[in-house]
Design a protein around this ligand. Structure first.
Ligand code: NAD
Length: 325
């Protein structure tokens, strides 16, 4: 039985607790949260033991789940890794690139399993594409959210866009050639909206827009590739593929388009989107990687690579005279 300790039991921490309670090979040993009110509520709701210090909890655990604000990620990761505990840490991996590099080095030296909470990898709408060959040449992404003070200790790039950066990097297996970016500071001290163009060495271009001061919510990614258009709606959990019809599309809705070179048959396929809980899946995957001694699906290196692109974007925006963190 994997003994798991919760470091940070705020908004997202409670979702993690609920999901760890569903994992039969894991046992929650307790939590550490410095906020007395939060701790009281968590003890009352779940009957979980509150530890006095992070160190005490780490000592009692085989693995820790860090869901504290980002500026505490490095210290908590370091404490746990130095005691050879496995670590799940929420995104972004750390506050600075220097911290992220140190975490990667420490994790390697300690030979522990580490996973970063890029939960959109487990979004059912994205999982629906498993087995489908993704080779986009153009990607268009919109992630719009209504304003919420939680998460505003970092820019919209590290708070929201980093989810899409990670997904794009997981799809486009090519180096980054160029980044251009523009951002606007409106409600906080860091960019609340940003538009970014990432050009990859293989010719793919990703155009990402994120806002945390939108009137409505949207989380859509559109992939354009030689043989298909693929739409992923991370919010409504829907996936759509529109493509030239082939022998695999017998059950798909089809229609004809007249082109100068003749009639083309187009198929619209709606891949089956699993009825799944992304947080439960990511935590189960972490526990399984520990049990089987296999790589975690979203490693600390993946977390670092997403942060690296996010920081390059911030530098581009900063060079256009915005004050960013
Ligand atoms: N993957 C996602 O989609 C997603 C979504 C939201 C938040 N997050 C990430 O989760 C983390 C927490 O976000 P949240 O929205 O739950 O914030 P929150 O403010 O609701 O909760 C954070 C909790 O951590 C506690 N805390 C503060 N210092 C601590 C420490 N040193 N040790 C342990 N606990 C400490 C606070 O008292 C609070 O209860 C952030 O890193 C954020 O980026 C990820």
């Amino acid at each position: 039985m994997l003994k798991v300790g919760i470091l940070g039991a705020g908004h997202l921490g409670k979702f993690h607790i609920n999901n760890w309670l569903k994992i039969k090979d894991a046992e929650l040993v307790g939590f550490f949260d410095p906020n007395d009110e939060t701790a009281k509520a968590v003890t009352a709701q779940y009957g979980l033991k509150r530890f006095e210090t992070a160190d005490d909890l780490i000592d009692a655990s085989d693995a820790v789940d860090i869901i504290a604000p980002t500026n505490f990620h490095y210290d908590l990761c370091e404490k746990a890794i130095k005691k050879s505990r496995h670590v799940f840490v929420e995104k972004p991996l750390a506050d600075t690139m220097e911290q992220a590099h140190r975490i990667v080095k420490l994790a390697k030296e300690a030979n522990i399993k580490m996973q970063v909470g890029h939960v959109e990898r487990f979004n059912p709408a994205f999982l629906a594409l498993k087995g489908y060959s993704l080779a986009p040449m153009f990607i268009e992404v919109h992630r719009l959210a209504q304003f919420n003070p939680r998460g505003t200790e970092v820019s919209v790039i590290l708070d929201l866009m980093i989810h899409d950066i990670d997904i794009v990097l997981s799809i486009v297996k090519s180096g980054v050639k160029n980044i251009s970016a523009s951002g606007v500071v409106v409600m906080t001290e860091t960019p609340d909206m940003a538009n970014v163009r990432i050009e990859f060495n293989n010719g793919c271009v990703a155009n990402l827009t994120s806002s945390r001061i939108s009137m409505k919510k949207m989380r859509k990614m559109r992939l354009f590739q030689k043989d298909a258009y693929i739409g992923i709606d991370f919010l409504d959990k829907k996936t759509e593929i529109i493509k030239l019809k082939d022998e695999n599309d017998k059950d798909a809705f089809t229609f004809d388009i007249e082109t100068p070179s003749g009639t083309k048959e187009i198929a619209i396929a709606n891949p089956v989107v699993p009825d799944a809980n992304a947080i439960l899946l990511e935590l189960e995957a972490f526990a399984l990687a520990i049990k089987n001694n296999t790589p975690t699906p979203v490693s600390e290196v993946d977390g670092l690579l997403a942060m690296d692109i996010a920081h390059q974007i911030l530098q581009k925006i900063q060079s256009a005279n915005y004050v960013v963190r």
